[in-house]
Design a protein around this ligand. Sequence first.
Ligand SMILES: Nc1ncnc2c1ncn2[C@@H]1O[C@H](COP(=O)(O)OP(=O)(O)OP(=O)(O)O)[C@@H](O)[C@H]1O
Ligand SMILES: [Mg+2]
Length: 292
Amino acid sequence: MNSQAADLSLDVAAVGPTGRPLREFDAPAPLDSHGPARVVAMVNQKGGVGKTTSTINLGAALADYGRKVLLVDFDPQGALSVGLGVNPHDLDTTIYNLLMNSRLDPNEVIENSNVPGLDVLPANIDLSAAEVQLVGEVAREQVLDRVLRKVEDNYDVVLIDCQPSLGLLTVNALTASHGVIIPLECEFFALRGVALLVETIEKVQDRLNPRLNIDGILATMYDSRTLHSKEVVARVVEAFGDRVFDTVINRTVKFPDASVAAESILSYAPSHTGAEAYRSLARELIARGGAP
Ligand SMILES: Nc1ncnc2c1ncn2[C@@H]1O[C@H](COP(=O)(O)OP(=O)(O)OP(=O)(O)O)[C@@H](O)[C@H]1O
Ligand SMILES: [Mg+2]
């Protein structure tokens, strides 16, 4: 191999799935004090794109780096709660009660998860009634914000797992947040609906929450063996440029397996590439200023 060919192969090896040079993000410095939290909503009205999986595993990775993390289950399906070993159907109070009763203390509802440093505000099917019940409230878009403000000093990061809809609950999540992460599944229709999502985010920025920032687009369920996955990521990068995280999450059965075990992938398969991907996402989010 002549030296030019050797250089070329080096270059090829250094390009990541986004087509950009692969960057390494350093492990973040430990924090000496905690809070107030930066709040980040995980949003996509398309179902099954990896919102809940990303909330659990990014949360677990941030906790692993010594951050105090609260995960808010904001989906009546309760998949986030179940995925962390909290059975929301046995609980007397959930996020629903906090939305409906401003005198209820969130600390009485928050549950410790099976991950140290990671707490959960659980949800169950009760939350499905909130969408309708909140419509008549004063400042109906700010109800979750008022709940989270009571606990923001106890955490470094709050991640909100939204349901697949752009209804009032998701608008509440956007209104309560500093940032949004949009997970996109690497498949043909990944970008369908994203324009409407961005429009909703802009409306919330304009009318309710000017600090709201799109922290990043996260490509999930990437299959490096298919040209198709690469093409989808290329199109997403074309549309969103630098806002696409360098970190891309591979498709692997380890994620559903970890959910069945009600664990994060970081504890279920700590040395698997899927666990390293979410650790990398945590480092990248911190490096980009999306988390302390
Ligand atoms: N990277 C991945 N590789 C393989 N399977 C995955 C991956 N990420 C998530 N999954 C699986 O895909 C399914 C949908 O994921 P998840 O529940 O995280 O999506 P969601 O966006 O929260 O869905 P919903 O909109 O219904 O709330 C789950 O069974 C999950 O285990
Ligand atoms: Mg979900």
